[in-house]
Design a protein around this ligand. Structure first.
Ligand code: MN
Ligand code: MN
Length: 459
């Protein structure tokens, strides 16, 4: 007998029609292209703005479809519905920044045999995952005269990549007895950029006339390629990220593997939802922030006033005289961020009944935070129930989870910054394996179901 009283999350794969399966494959392929070309917050925001412009979005807030970006690192976009703005927005918020290795301000050093860039990691990384693997350079160099030089090096087959060397096992005896934090020091994340000495140093080097011949060679190559001097690096934003394209994973091509899926999978699906949602009563909006991985501080992070300014200007243009606080209070928001899926090899760290399962659809997190729900907002039962009803009505699988066992896991998202405006907000996003690693894994089924859920929310 079918038990209709008990609850069980649905596996998305089992619910798909043949047509949906086709949609899922096409979506996954487009998502892989997006992930492969957008590896920094700047690249992601540029991609979003380009898609918005192509879809007719304007920076003139008097129009019906509008957007605004700040410093090329965060972006707000909205489309007017039939409802008055005082009924609030349906808002999806995600973040475009990802853990990575930033160049230090004075990065270049020469050590025996190599010239390297010193780095300072950004966000939560497991340092050993960045060793002995090809890395690419992404970012910009800005010259004194204001000229911007974009840098993308190490992605095309003809280009070199860069690398942080790892210790050979023969010399890693002591490392084996240390804790991970002792064994892998942030100060040793030095990226190899060059190895051969400047040709003109051939004789002078042995005479000690050129002090750092490999660094000199590197500087001359940088000067040739970008016209820059060492001082230009001080003000540059250069990030080392995993080189290469995202890929399908598995014989059945059921997973996507790639860097930066936290949280670009939500940026991608939220943008698709915004651009493809049928027009209806709701005023719909997205905001994609930067700085989430370091706590959301800064001008382009969720703790800044940028989002508020956008809503104030939008209210002035769309509904002059309306109360902005009313717009905020009436807004319903999804904090679109990823969840940690049950790791098949570390199941003991999850409380499985309240953990996310790969392939079971986007995952609600009623609250985030840690250790007694500290450092988080919490969605109210009324809002959560209304969203559950919406997804059930559309037959979209969903699940509910916390990150790890009580007092074991935890994490934060941008939800609390939206909740501060008094709006209703809950976290909803797909679950990942290997989150924050250079090669995160997402289920294609979850990608598809997340887009379906975001679209349902907008429509
Ligand atoms: Mn995230
Ligand atoms: Mn994260």
């Amino acid at each position: 007998m079918k038990n209709t009283l008990a609850y069980k999350p649905k596996n998305v794969w089992g619910t798909l029609s043949a047509a949906q399966r086709k949609e899922l494959d096409a979506l996954s392929t487009r998502y892989i292209d997006f992930l492969s070309s957008c590896k920094t917050e700047r690249e992601t925001v540029a991609y979003v703005c380009e898609r918005l412009v192509r879809a007719g979005y304007s920076e003139d807030f008097k129009k019906k479809s509008i957007f605004r970006s700040l410093r090329g690192k965060c972006v707000f976009a909205a489309r007017r519905g039939k409802n008055t703005l005082s009924k609030g927005l349906a808002l999806i918020a995600a973040h475009a920044d990802t853990p990575r290795l930033d160049f230090k301000q004075r990065p270049l050093i020469e050590q025996p045999g190599v010239a390297q860039a010193k780095t300072h990691y950004y966000g939560g990384i497991r340092k050993y995952q960045w060793l002995a693997r090809p890395l690419a350079l992404h970012g910009i160099i800005v010259r004194e005269d204001g000229k911007k030089l974009p840098v993308t090096l190490g992605e095309n087959p003809g280009e070199p990549v860069f690398c942080i060397a790892d210790l050979l096992p023969h010399l890693a005896q002591k490392q084996g007895t240390q804790t991970i934090n002792e064994a892998f020091e942030g100060e040793k994340l030095n990226l190899i950029l060059a190895h051969s000495p400047a040709p003109e140093a051939k004789n002078k080097h042995t005479n000690g006339e050129i002090k750092e011949p490999v660094k000199q060679h590197l500087l001359s190559l940088l000067h040739k390629k970008y016209g820059i001097h060492e001082e230009d690096l001080i003000t540059a934003e250069l990030q080392a990220v995993p080189a290469g394209a995202a890929r399908f994973v598995g014989m059945d091509q059921s997973l996507v593997g790639g860097y930066g899926q936290d949280d670009r999978i939500c940026v991608f699906t939220a943008l698709e939802a915004l651009l493809n949602a049928k027009s209806g009563p709701q005023n719909i909006a997205v905001i994609f922030w930067d700085r989430e991985e370091t706590g959301s501080d800064g001008a382009t992070g969720a703790a800044s006033r940028f989002f508020q300014y956008c809503v104030e200007d939008m209210t002035r243009c769309w509904m002059h005289g309306a109360s902005v606080s009313q717009v905020f209070l009436a807004t319903r928001a999804l904090s679109a961020d990823v969840q940690g899926a049950i790791d098949p090899d570390f199941q003991e760290l999850h409380e499985k009944q309240n953990a996310a399962q790969l392939g079971h659809g986007p995952c609600f997190a009623k609250f985030t935070g840690s250790r007694g729900k500290y450092g988080a907002s919490e969605a109210d039962a009324e809002f959560f129930a209304s969203l559950r009803g919406l997804l059930n009505a559309k037959g979209i699988p969903w699940q509910s989870a916390e990150l790890g066992k009580v007092d074991t896991g935890g994490g934060g998202t941008v939800a609390l910054f939206l909740a501060a405006y008094g709006m209703q907000v809950i976290d909803l996003g797909p679950a990942l394996l290997s989150m924050h690693s250079p090669f995160e894994l997402a289920s294609c089924a979850d990608l598809w179901a997340t887009l379906a859920a975001y679209r349902a929310f907008f429509e």
